[in-house]
Design a protein around this ligand. Structure first.
Ligand code: HEC
Length: 125
């Protein structure tokens, strides 16, 4: 019974969390990634996503890719590889971490407004 009540408590507290990351991801972030990222990161389920990074679900976005640590560390853009790579994609496309990569045939880097949205999403409490 103890376990059961703890489980109930956990479920209840997550249901009332201040920010619903999943809903915010769907509303604000997924449409951005759809345009700029998923072509190489998860859209074609028959192919492995580049760098082991799948941008099509929040769980996988949080996980990140193979080499550069977590995609998202909540509250900390400096420790969120997706933020760094999108920022470099605008400010310094020739950097190795920049996304979309400079060498891509056609690339749609985020706009500054979209980058601001991504920052707000990661920092929301
Ligand atoms: C044209 C293809 C392409 C597009 C578009 C693209 N990427 Fe990538 N991405 C790659 C490749 C290739 C890698 C593997 C590492 C490398 O070679 O640079 C990678 C790796 C990554 C990684 C994993 C880094 C690690 O930890 O190993 C992340 C995170 C990432 N990309 C994020 C993004 C985001 C966010 C976008 C959209 C803004 C994006 N990518 C758009 C090709 C792409």
């Amino acid at each position: 019974m103890r376990t059961l009540s703890l489980l109930t408590l956990l479920t209840a507290s997550s249901a009332f969390a201040a920010v619903d990351h999943e809903a915010a991801f769907k509303a604000d972030i997924a449409p951005i990634f759809e345009k700029s990222c998923v072509g190489c990161h998860g859209k074609d389920k028959a192919k492995k996503p580049k760098g082991g990074f799948d941008a099509t679900s929040l769980a996988n976005v949080v996980k990140g890719g193979k080499e550069n640590g977590p995609g998202i560390t909540w509250g900390n853009v400096a420790k969120s590889s997706i933020f760094k790579s999108c920022e470099l994609g605008i400010s310094n496309p020739s950097d190795d971490l920049a996304m979309p990569p400079e060498k891509a045939k056609s690339r749609t880097p985020l706009t500054k407004d979209q980058l601001a949205k991504l920052k707000a999403f990661i920092e929301a409490k």
